[in-house]
Design a protein around this ligand. Structure first.
Ligand code: ADP
Length: 244
């Protein structure tokens, strides 16, 4: 539910790799209920921001979610604060069924990272999230035989059963069919109603269809921010994208 502080607030985020500044004193706030697209040319620093707030690369500054500082924490502890992340390639356990993957994910949140503990039952939470992610009819199929799109939905479902309220998604529709893209956009719209969702994306058509708001990055800094319309009418953004 929407607490007053249920949003991501990044202040002065700074990441350097051997003196190369990948993210430069960045301030970024993403509200509860927002579906925010993070766009920008290759190397702009999009993935590095996500890496920094999920504990994968060291950073200075501040990044709080629901008032809790994320920087300096271990990735597993950041998950427990309700921060969930997907990667470009789905990281589901192919040999396990859809249901078992969801049970594994739910158990991970409750018990920590111990894959060998017995799995729990089919909770209401799991049933509900399977339905949200269009996976109910696939519950007993091994994840490995799912089409690419459904694997991504399963990965999102795994974050949802872990009670993630900040979803960080790296190119969720890469490699999907047009129908899968639309279904994914609709799924993410549903997710963002009572969560905070940030999508790193290169697919501009997908962004136009589904973004609530957009942040454009260039060389580790914010170039522009606003609605899809604001971004499309921004001369700087057009120049960067068209290379003029
Ligand atoms: P984007 O996701 O916008 O394409 P990245 O965040 O992946 O950009 O990269 C930003 C910059 O930081 C790039 O110049 C990239 O080469 C550099 N970079 C990213 N990760 C590392 C790393 N682990 N070591 C050194 N340089 C890195």
């Amino acid at each position: 539910g929407g607490q007053w502080n249920d949003y991501l607030e990044i202040k002065g985020l700074h990441v350097e790799f051997d003196g190369f500044v990948a993210v430069k004193n960045l301030d970024l706030t993403v509200e509860h209920g927002d579906l925010r697209f993070l766009i920008g040319p290759n190397g702009a620093g999009k993935t590095t921001i996500i890496d920094a707030i999920t504990g994968l690369v060291p950073a200075t500054g501040s990044a709080t979610f629901r008032g809790e500082q994320l920087l300096g924490k271990k990735p597993n502890d950041i998950v427990k604060l309700g921060v969930g992340r997907t990667f470009q390639t789905a990281s589901v356990v192919e040999e396990l069924t859809v249901l078992e993957n969801l049970q594994l994910a739910e158990g991970f949140r409750k018990k920590g990272r111990d894959l060998f503990r017995p799995m729990g039952g089919v909770t209401q939470n799991i049933e509900y999230m399977m339905d949200v992610c269009n996976l109910t009819e696939d519950a007993h199929k091994p994840a490995g035989i799912l089409p690419h799109g459904k694997k991504q939905w399963l990965e999102i479902g795994m974050l949802l059963v872990q009670d993630a309220h900040l979803l960080l998604l790296d190119e969720p529709v890469a490699g999907m069919t047009p129908a899968e893209r639309i279904a994914t956009g609709e799924l993410l719209k549903r997710c963002s109603k009572n969560r905070t969702v940030i999508i790193v994306e290169h697919d501009m058509e997908f962004m136009r269809q589904f973004a609530d708001s957009v942040t454009v990055l260039n060389q580790g800094e914010i170039l522009a921010q606003g609605s899809v319309e604001d971004i499309q009418n921004n001369d700087e953004v057009v120049r960067i994208y068209l290379g003029g």
